[in-house]
Design a protein around this ligand. Structure first.
Ligand SMILES: C[S@@+](CC[C@H](N)C(=O)[O-])C[C@H]1O[C@@H](n2cnc3c(N)ncnc32)[C@H](O)[C@@H]1O
Length: 295
């Protein structure tokens, strides 16, 4: 492997690394391949104890479900022009661009996307037997309307699906509102939908008492980034927030549990423990949003 490849993966932050390693035990496209390619033989592995822990299993299920929810939503709306923002080290674009009818623009902050580009090209060379010229990688800070609009202009005519997972909890109210204004303008002009897997609600007492899916490091990271404060109070207030930003909920997405490969690990968990988990309230949903028309 060349040195630019090595420096690309040196820059992977501990949180992105942890997310990628977690996804590597699932069937999410290219997650395992990316881990093996980046860290080769010496790739960090979870211990058997970690793999058997309920906390780890629930974390895998959480992130895997969130990932598939976007694919599920995309297949519901059937839009072929797709812009993903804050995609991190997720390779949905590389997977979906196998369909030549799809035009996919994969974005994240400029530095990350430059590093990711190197990884994506290596993955494509090694694992893809299809052309990937319908996959564009572009730097985008989502609060930068000018760049956002320039990227939209890259798409062929037709409606656009704007998709994201894992960013809204890092944005405060004002930033979320600004993002809504930008996306509303885009969808009003072009048609299409916003699919967001980031409808997270604040922990209630019940879920506080239940197992936290994050370990110590994960909790520290979330506290540093005010993740809990940035979540919506309830699903009802999330709906009110988006309505106020001129979006309607077009559809809420459920992922068939059979699709979530990491559920296989639950077989190792005693039945009594699983019973305790039943009735836990949902803490996250994926919504397909539609821009309200103002006529
Ligand atoms: C928790 S990661 C989620 C990554 C990926 N979507 C996933 O689920 O694996 C959050 C991502 O948001 C990106 N990000 C943070 N602030 C951003 C901004 N203002 N504009 C665009 N991306 C941003 C980070 O670079 C990081 O890749």
């Amino acid at each position: 492997m060349n040195s630019s490849f090595n420096s690309a993966f040196d820059s992977i932050s501990p949180s992105a690394r942890s997310l990628l390693l977690t996804k590597a035990v699932t069937t999410i496209p290219f997650a395992r391949e990316a881990v093996e390619m980046i860290w080769s033989e010496n790739h960090p592995r979870f211990t058997q104890e970690e793999l058997n822990s309920l906390q780890f299993i629930l974390r895998c299920i959480h992130f895997e479900t969130r990932y598939w929810s976007i694919d599920e939503a995309l297949s519901k709306i059937g839009i072929k022009n797709i812009l993903e923002f804050s995609s991190g080290f997720s390779f949905r674009g590389l997977s979906l661009c196998k369909n030549p009818e799809i035009f996919y623009v994969d974005t994240d902050l400029p530095q990350l996307i430059e590093d990711k580009r190197i990884i994506v090209l290596e993955l494509a060379k090694k694992y893809c037997n299809y052309p990937i010229d319908n996959l564009i990688m572009h730097g985008l800070n989502v609060l930068d309307e000018k760049v956002f609009t320039e990227i939209i202009d890259l798409f062929p005519p037709g409606p656009i699906a704007v998709v994201n997972e894992g960013l809204l909890v890092y944005l405060d109210q004002k930033q979320k509102r600004k993002l809504c204004t930008i996306i509303h303008k885009i969808l009003s002009n072009r048609g299409g939908n916003w699919i967001t897997a980031d409808i997270y609600t604040k922990k209630n007492r019940q879920s506080e008492l239940a197992l936290d899916i994050f370990d110590e490091k994960g909790r520290e990271f979330k506290a540093k980034h005010h993740v809990e404060e940035n979540k919506f109070e309830t699903f009802k207030s999330a709906k009110a927030f988006f309505e106020n930003c001129k979006f309607d909920i077009f559809k809420k997405i459920e992922v068939p549990s059979a699709q979530v490969s990491s559920r296989r690990f639950l077989a190792k968990i005693p039945r009594s423990k699983l019973e305790e988990l039943k009735g836990r309230q949902k803490i996250r949903e994926t919504w397909i949003l539609a821009a309200k028309t103002t006529k």
